[in-house]
Ligand binder design. Structure first.
Ligand SMILES: [Zn+2]
Ligand SMILES: [Zn+2]
Length: 588
């Protein structure tokens, strides 16, 4: 095969993707970011074949013979050889598919050399296949067992797209008049098919001492499967599930941010898989396809957030609050808020406070005030559907087929801030009113928190010139991240709107080699949290507990650390427009 130029396929794949995350986001039958066999509740759904292959592996328009999983290593002379057997769960899953005739969607990666045609995309869905045979062979050098599986196209009525263009399908693709002969092992008394050319038979059961045993002079690497075995055909019941999932539609009472809407789609024009990058729509990811599916999430009422709070509080297993031994907790009243103050001490010097965390607990009264969290919630839900710009950005391997997008939607306002990834910032001037109102609240909370810690921490409050808005749909979260970069002032404040979440903190390595969390608490709609002290801004929000949440987080971007061009941009974008001063917040 090598050296030959492969022909183009007769038509385009039924479904395809250029990114692994797009594939997994869009297809219900392949949600596997690593590994090759995807099972859901022990039922196999999808199988990705990419890169590696071993002796006798093959692929034609109806049949795939491949080896299952297992580890590989490079031998002394540079070849790859199998050093570990297929893992038990994957094997059990394939066994189940075989015994119960469960169809599996087969996907082929661009790197797989045995596809009969040029692979048009990084990931190409072939079709549904059924398992017809499962047996063991042995690596000739080290004797490791290799599990092999023969898959047959479930429904052979449709023409396979991976047929080389211009070729004619042989009749064998539709029916067969042959079947391999079975024989019983004298040792284990189990039957095995005669699968090798030249009527060569061996026991194919791993638990038998005669498994894959031949005459000593036989070079097993030269064995080939017989045409009779390859050309066997079986009648299967076609699956109900479509290879090309339908576009999501809102159902009664759905809010449009459920997991079903957070997933990707298969473009109905080009059949490419596309992640949901934007809060209010799906846009096809690769230039060239104009398809856009507008999907603004309808308003999510606060009575449903209230219900989520009840459910969240009932999940006792989450151990929702935790105060570590180097943390001193106390309660204060700040403005109309009942607040918790946590002082985090240096592990080597318990008297030295390295940072503080203040939690401002909202109440039904503070939330319901004019321009308060309830009205901000409504305003932001509207604004986020009207050009607000919340989107997911690459967090790893941008542009690569393994590119990963954030698990939340972002838009930065004011001074530009490199948060995990570079996010283009919009100016405060063009920000919706709700963003400016949130900013004014956070400035108040930041100022008050710093005032309450001047006894322990010397730094003054520096006004925020940046606000990062994050949108979370069901199941979204943000991992531990280091906020305290050199370009940031010592204070970070966040306002939570909508569904509840857990917030947890670790202390930076230079102060504490123990990287377990030192503080954890739940946050609810309207709560504000202020972190002060550059050494503690390593926090995360975990255990998403609802359908929709916005986090508004403000920081001070230190202008002196920026280059000339960025500094001018930061000053211009971080400049507070006149109207913002009308929303000064006084803590009530
Ligand atoms: Zn046997
Ligand atoms: Zn498209």
């Amino acid at each position: 095969m090598e050296g030959d130029v492969k022909l183009l396929p007769v038509h385009c794949p039924v479904v395809w993707a250029e990114k692994r995350q797009s594939l997994c986001d869009a297809l219900p039958y392949f949600k596997m970011h690593q590994g090759s066999l995807y099972s859901k509740q022990l039922i196999p759904k999808g199988f990705l074949i990419d890169g590696e292959f071993t002796y006798r592996d093959m692929m034609n328009t109806d049949i795939v013979i491949t080896s299952l999983g297992g580890g590989r290593a490079r031998t002394a002379d540079g070849d790859m050889e199998r050093v570990r057997e297929c893992r038990r769960p994957a094997l059990n899953s394939i066994l189940k598919a075989w015994k119960e005739d469960i169809p599996i969607a087969v996907i082929v990666g661009r790197n797989y050399p045995l596809l009969p045609v040029q692979a048009p995309h990084a990931y190409n869905v072939l079709d549904w296949f059924n398992v017809t045979d499962l047996w063991v062979e042995r690596e000739s050098r080290n004797g490791v067992f290799i599990h092999k599986v023969r898959l047959e196209r479930t429904n052979r009525i449709a023409k396979p797209w991976w047929q080389p263009s211009g070729s004619i399908l042989s009749d064998l693709s539709y029916s067969a008049d042959c079947a391999a002969v079975w024989a019983w092992c004298v040792e284990c008394k189990q039957p095995s098919k005669t699968i090798f050319d030249g009527d060569i038979w061996t026991c194919l059961h791993k638990n038998c001492t005669r498994a894959f045993q031949f005459q000593p002079e036989m070079d097993t690497n030269k064995l080939v499967y017989s045409a009779v075995f390859i050309n066997e055909r079986t009648a299967f019941v076609p699956p109900h599930e479509a290879l090309r999932p339908a576009l999501p539609v809102l159902w009664e009472n759905s809010c449009g941010t459920e997991i079903e809407f957070r997933c990707g789609i298969v473009c109905p024009k080009c059949f490419g898989c596309s992640r949901r990058r934007n809060w209010d729509r799906w846009v096809y990811e690769t230039p060239g396809c104009p398809f856009v599916l507008i999907a603004p999430p309808p308003p999510y009422p606060l009575c449903r957030v209230e219900k989520e709070n009840w459910e969240f509080n009932a999940r006792k297993c989450l151990k929702q609050s935790r105060v570590g031994e180097h943390v001193v907790a106390s309660r204060l009243t700040i403005g109309a808020y009942s607040a918790y103050q946590f002082l985090l001490a240096d592990i080597k010097d318990a008297l030295k406070v390295i940072g503080s965390v203040h939690v401002f607990r909202a109440t039904a009264v503070t939330n319901a005030r004019d321009e308060g969290p309830n009205s901000l919630w409504n305003e932001i839900q509207l604004a986020s559907n009207q050009g607000f710009g919340l989107q997911r950005n690459p967090v790893r391997l941008a542009g690569h087929k393994s590119e990963v997008l954030t698990r939340h939607f972002q838009q930065n306002w004011g001074a530009p801030y490199k948060f995990v990834v570079n996010v283009l910032s919009k100016s405060f001037e063009e920000a919706p009113d709700a963003i400016l109102k949130a900013l004014m609240r956070l400035r108040w909370a930041g100022r008050e928190s710093v005032r309450c810690t001047t006894q322990s921490l010397a730094t003054d409050f520096v006004e925020f010139n940046e606000l990062l808005s994050l949108g979370y749909m069901e199941g979204d979260r943000i991992g531990y991240h280091d906020d305290g970069e050199d370009t940031l002032g010592p204070t970070v404040a966040t306002l939570s709107l909508g569904s509840p979440a857990l917030m947890a903190f670790r202390i930076k390595k230079k102060h504490n080699s123990d990287q377990r969390e030192v503080l954890r608490f739940p946050i609810y709609h309207g709560d504000m949290v202020v972190m002060h002290g550059t050494d503690i801004h390593q926090f995360y929000e975990a255990y998403p507990a609802g359908m929709r949440r916005f986090a508004m987080t403000s920081r001070n971007i230190v202008l002196d650390t920026l280059d000339e061009h960025t500094r001018l941009e930061a000053i211009r974008k971080g400049n507070l427009p006149e109207r913002a001063h009308g929303w000064q917040y006084d803590g009530l």
